[in-house]
Design a protein around this ligand. Structure first.
Ligand SMILES: *Cc1c(COP(=O)(O)O)cnc(C)c1O
Length: 376
């Protein structure tokens, strides 16, 4: 998998499968029916890298991107000069002229923000585009239904291109919660017949046509995270493999790692790999006597973490892997076809989003690509 000839410079390699990335987006697009399928690329493209993700999605046909903070919007603008870029974090104080200059559309989420944007548009004598965001159950960002009257006169000052809301429980078995939000949002969207409407995140795409409106906004599913429980139609995009730097044996009764929290119950062969929490491999994946940890994969075997995760190292119990299948220099799968983002997340007590957005800056990062017009 490592295609750099200087692979010995790195402890681990992170490979992004660009074809899988495009395929996943195309799958979400087909699931979105007649609605436009946008892409959420906040947090540096969910940790995969905006420079990689944005051109790939653009080449697959994506034309609308959502980011969280202004600096991300600026990067997307540079990578995709023709794209429509929405800023989910809204209108930061003093950002009006900057947004105008970079043609970024703020997602306005409070009366205050709407007032500032309409005042700026008036001062420039032009109706700049923006989205308006209503809260229907998150209590995070967003206007309240009762703000409708207050904002009515402000809407004539700018070009409201999108009215949106965000689902709180799309990926949980809470159909009533989703339907309640859908009902609320439907009422709001009807109020703005000239704006496109958008409600669905990744999991929302799979909730059916009612949730699609004119635009869907998937994020995690593009990157291979499971949007819903059960088998996933999405391909793994992230492949992380770490090199074995030493194989050793701990005798039955000895402990492994900091704190001596795991005592091995048999003579145990350990593979020490060159990845740790400094690489974003969550420390919560460590194993203790009374707590199972994360799994890695090698040569047909799932191999458990042994002891705590160190800053730069992890010990894996490879007693069950045949001798001839593992040695110094062998690459161990930490994420990929066998170790799914969501499975690792569950074992670390978290969610796939956190696994991806923690992917560290120390990896040998590269891309595999089957498309002739994309760069590796
Ligand atoms: C992050 C985010 C999304 C994408 O959510 P996923 O669950 O990753 O698909 C969509 N809309 C908003 C407002 C978001 O913050």
């Amino acid at each position: 998998m490592i295609n750099s000839h200087e692979q010995f410079l790195f402890g681990a390699t992170l490979t992004v499968d660009c074809q899988a990335l495009r395929q996943n987006w195309l799958h979400l697009k087909s699931k979105s029916g007649s609605a436009e399928c946008a892409a959420v690329v906040k947090a540096n493209g969910y940790g995969l890298g905006l420079e990689l993700v944005v051109p790939e999605l653009w080449s697959a046909g994506c034309r609308t991107f959502f980011v969280a903070i202004p600096i991300e919007a600026q990067t997307v603008r540079q990578l995709a000069p023709q794209a429509t870029v929405y800023l989910l974090g809204g209108l930061y104080q003093g950002a009006e002229a900057w947004l105008h200059n970079f043609a970024i559309r703020p997602v306005l989420g409070s009366v205050e923000e709407l007032k500032s944007w309409s005042a700026y548009c008036q001062s420039q004598s032009c109706k700049l585009p923006a989205a308006i965001h209503f809260d229907t159950g998150m209590n995070r960002l967003g206007l309240l239904p009762e703000d409708t009257e207050i904002i009515e006169p402000l809407l004539k000052d700018f070009n409201c291109t999108l009215v949106m809301s965000h689902l709180a429980c799309a990926d949980e078995p809470k159909p009533d919660f989703n339907q309640n939000q859908l009902k609320k949002f439907d009422r709001i969207a009807n109020f703005y017949p000239n704006c496109n409407a958008s409600l669905a995140n990744s999991a929302g795409v799979f909730l059916g046509t009612d949730y699609h409106f004119q635009m869907t906004r998937p994020g995690i599913a593009i990157y291979g995270g499971t949007a819903l429980p059960g088998p996933t139609p999405l391909a793994p995009v992230v492949h992380l493999s770490s090199r074995v730097i030493q194989i050793r044996t701990a005798a039955s009764g000895e402990t492994v790692g900091y704190g001596g929290r795991q005592m091995v119950q048999r003579d145990t062969r350990l593979a020490i790999i060159a990845t740790g929490y400094a690489d974003g491999y969550l420390r919560a994946g460590g194993c203790e006597n009374d707590k199972a940890g994360a799994l890695a994969y090698c040569a047909g075997h799932y191999i458990p973490v042994c002891g705590r995760i160190s800053m730069d190292l992890i010990a894996l119990d490879v007693t069950d892997v045949p001798d001839d299948k593992i040695e110094r220099g062998t690459l161990i799968e930490l994420l990929g076809a066998h170790i799914k983002i969501d499975d690792l997340a569950t074992r670390c007590g978290t969610i796939g989003y956190e696994i991806l957005t923690n992917l560290g800056g120390r990896y040998n990062r590269n891309a595999i690509n089957h498309s002739p017009n994309s760069q590796v």
